[in-house]
Design a binder for this molecule. Structure first.
Ligand code: ZN
Length: 261
């Protein structure tokens, strides 16, 4: 598993992106931060009940470890919507230092040196890189966002900004696996049948990563440009936060991406 120690933190990174120059990207693990208890230790979200002073320290640790500008850190305000925001110059710092004022589950930017951050703990974090226009995006997709095709909509947004879909790369980060994600029929029926298995107890095991892969394929991305971590956050709760694995009280991982100049 490509979890790499980078200064204070450990980051899951898609190795196939190693050749992309000036691109900083990855998914945080639990280690290296300042938070305690259920949030131990690198919990990134300011909206999950963690001590804000710890979250601020963790943002600093994350940015310093990766050589990113903390003052330009920009993030989502996740409410399981399919709302996507383009972070232009005037939006730098939103989600961290200023409130978006509405649910924002994905951010896209063409700006350089703007680290985009999304949060997850079982939900699917997806990072995007449009190589031809050097745009990046960070996206949170729980089952609602996945059912609403938020990943496909982010890809469409990148195309609207000038990218060719064949030049868009997507990395699906650590999330709850089909092994552990039991859902009821009313959730499963929002997805195509190849996304779940029916269990003998009448419940369904849903594969959210695969559901998002389908969204991205349908948006025109090349299959070989979509990578999946293959890591289940609940099975690997030792390394990653898991909402279900920690009975609803957990910290959050960060998916971070930034195009440096
Ligand atoms: Zn699992």
């Amino acid at each position: 598993m490509p979890v790499r120690k980078i200064n204070r933190i450990s980051l899951y990174q898609n190795e196939s992106w190693d050749g992309f120059k000036n691109l900083v990207h990855g998914f945080t693990t639990r280690s290296g931060g300042a938070s305690t208890g259920a949030y131990e230790s690198l919990s990134m979200s300011p909206r999950r009940g963690d001590d804000m002073a710890c979250v601020r320290r963790n943002e600093k640790i994350l940015c310093e470890s990766l050589g990113l500008d903390l003052s330009r850190l920009t993030s989502t305000r996740q409410e399981h919507t399919d709302n996507i925001k383009i972070a232009d110059k005037e939006h730098i710092g939103y989600g961290v230092y200023r409130d978006w004022g509405e649910g924002v589950d994905a951010c896209v930017t063409l700006e350089k040196n703007v680290p985009l951050l999304c949060y997850s703990a079982d939900c699917v974090p997806i990072l995007f890189y449009a190589a031809d226009i050097e745009a990046v995006a960070a996206c949170h997709a729980g089952w609602r966002g996945s059912a609403a095709n938020i990943g496909g909509k982010v890809a469409a947004e990148l195309v609207k900004m000038g990218a060719d879909e064949k030049n868009i790369y997507a990395e699906i980060g650590p999330c709850i696996g089909k092994c552990c994600y039991e859902v009821s029929a009313d959730v499963a029926e929002k997805f195509s049948p190849e996304c779940y298995d029916k269990c003998s107890n009448g419940k369904y095991m849903l594969d959210l990563a695969f559901a998002n892969r389908l969204c991205l394929i349908n948006a025109g991305l090349a299959a070989e440009h979509i990578s999946e971590s293959g890591i289940c956050t609940k099975c690997r709760n030792d390394l990653f936060f898991s909402h279900r694995g920690q009975n609803g009280k957990s910290g959050t991982l960060g998916g971070i991406i930034c195009m440096k100049d």
